[in-house]
Write a protein that binds this ligand. Structure first.
Ligand SMILES: Cc1cc2nc3c(=O)[nH]c(=O)nc-3n(C[C@H](O)[C@H](O)[C@H](O)COP(=O)(O)O)c2cc1C
Length: 332
């Protein structure tokens, strides 16, 4: 060992006293693994991925979104991962921002899902224009459609949409109109309760993205934008930003439902929303009764804004961390 390293150890030892521990319900078993890379290949939503990581829906429809999406897509292609596009709503109006979303050429064969909000689907169904969604999926060469269900975000948004129907009805009508089951349903950062989850498990869709409470909170974000424009009389609405369900809660409900009905195990999950670390994600993956991947949104945003190199390095570190988890952390 070099003298410099020995000196570093002496100097840094006093600054390296960590007293809090966060095991996420896992046992650290230093005797059981090695530093060999583990095969992380997994299956979810009918796709094979090289690691259980999903780039959750984020952006599009703004100038800098184009570079961000391109980098995310290239990283998915490089590491064998999957990606959901941000809301493709701008493309329902015109092709002006098509280049932001048209990233099939970068992601290659990896799964790429288009994304639309429940409000847009409700509008298209009412106007008998669902062919626009099929055309959109074709234009993007998408593997399927992610539907985001965000009633609280809409309610706290300055120019938010109002739903005329309960989202479950719109989802059912979308499945009928599109005549395809390659559909994933998600929230946008507040998760959903057991009754909604059960209804989704009963539908002929591919699965659910939890998009749970604890990370990016769009209701809070929209309220902050709102407050800037309006007055403090809107303050009572803010309480709704603190409503929601964590990934741990949602997974427990889904697991219980899957124990009661094994057909639910044919669906897949993106465990996302406030996942703070690979160790936490790994712990949740290990608990899942359904095929599952870990989804991150905001955690990928910053490295994707920096550069391709920074993003690739970040994801490579995540993959190495998953390997470490598999080697040295056990649930029992
Ligand atoms: C910048 C940004 C934009 C987002 N845009 C969308 C969107 O267009 N459609 C969608 O379904 N979710 C969107 N989300 C929500 C994420 O997909 C995810 O559900 C949520 O951010 C929770 O994940 P996180 O805690 O890892 O950020 C967005 C998130 C971020 C950070």
């Amino acid at each position: 060992m070099s003298e410099k390293r020995k000196n570093d150890h002496i100097e840094l030892a006093f600054k390296s006293q960590v007293s809090e521990k966060e095991n996420h319900g896992l046992y650290y078993e230093p005797l059981l693994g090695s530093h060999q890379k583990v095969d992380l290949t997994c299956h979810a939503f009918g796709h094979e991925l090289k690691a259980p990581l999903w780039v959750s829906s984020m952006t599009g429809g703004a100038e800098r979104a184009k570079d961000i999406n391109k980098r995310l897509a290239l990283a998915c292609q490089k590491f064998g991962l999957a990606m959901g596009l941000g809301s493709c709503r701008p493309l329902l109006e015109s092709d002006e921002r098509l280049a932001d979303f048209q990233i099939r050429k970068y992601i290659g064969e990896q799964p790429l899902y288009a994304n639309l909000g429940i409000a847009q689907l409700e509008e298209l169904i009412e106007a008998k224009k669902m062919h626009a969604v099929s055309e959109l999926l074709k234009k993007l060469d998408a593997s399927g459609l992610i539907i985001h269900v965000n009633p609280l975000q809409e309610a706290l948004q300055f120019e938010g949409d109002q739903f005329k129907f309960a989202p479950i009805q719109t989802i059912e009508r979308t499945i009928d109109a599109l005549d395809q089951t390659n559909i994933i349903v998600k929230e946008v950062g507040q998760g959903m309760g057991p009754n909604s989850l059960k209804l989704l498990l009963d539908l002929p869709i591919k699965g659910i993205e939890l998009s749970a409470f604890g990370g990016t909170n769009f209701s809070f974000l929209e309220h902050s934008r709102h407050i800037k424009k309006e007055s403090a009389t809107l303050e009572p609405l803010l309480d709704f930003a603190y409503i929601g369900h964590t990934a741990q809660e949602m997974l427990s409900w889904i697991n219980t439902f899957a124990e009661q009905n094994s057909l639910y195990k044919e669906k897949s999950l993106i465990i996302s929303g406030g996942i703070q670390s690979i160790i936490q994600g790994h712990s949740l993956l290990e608990q899942s009764n359904l095929n599952a991947v870990i989804g991150f949104a905001s955690k990928y945003l910053k490295p994707a804004m920096d550069s391709q190199e920074v993003l690739d390095e970040f994801i490579e570190t995540q993959i190495n961390s998953l390997s470490l988890c598999k080697n040295f952390l056990r649930r029992s």
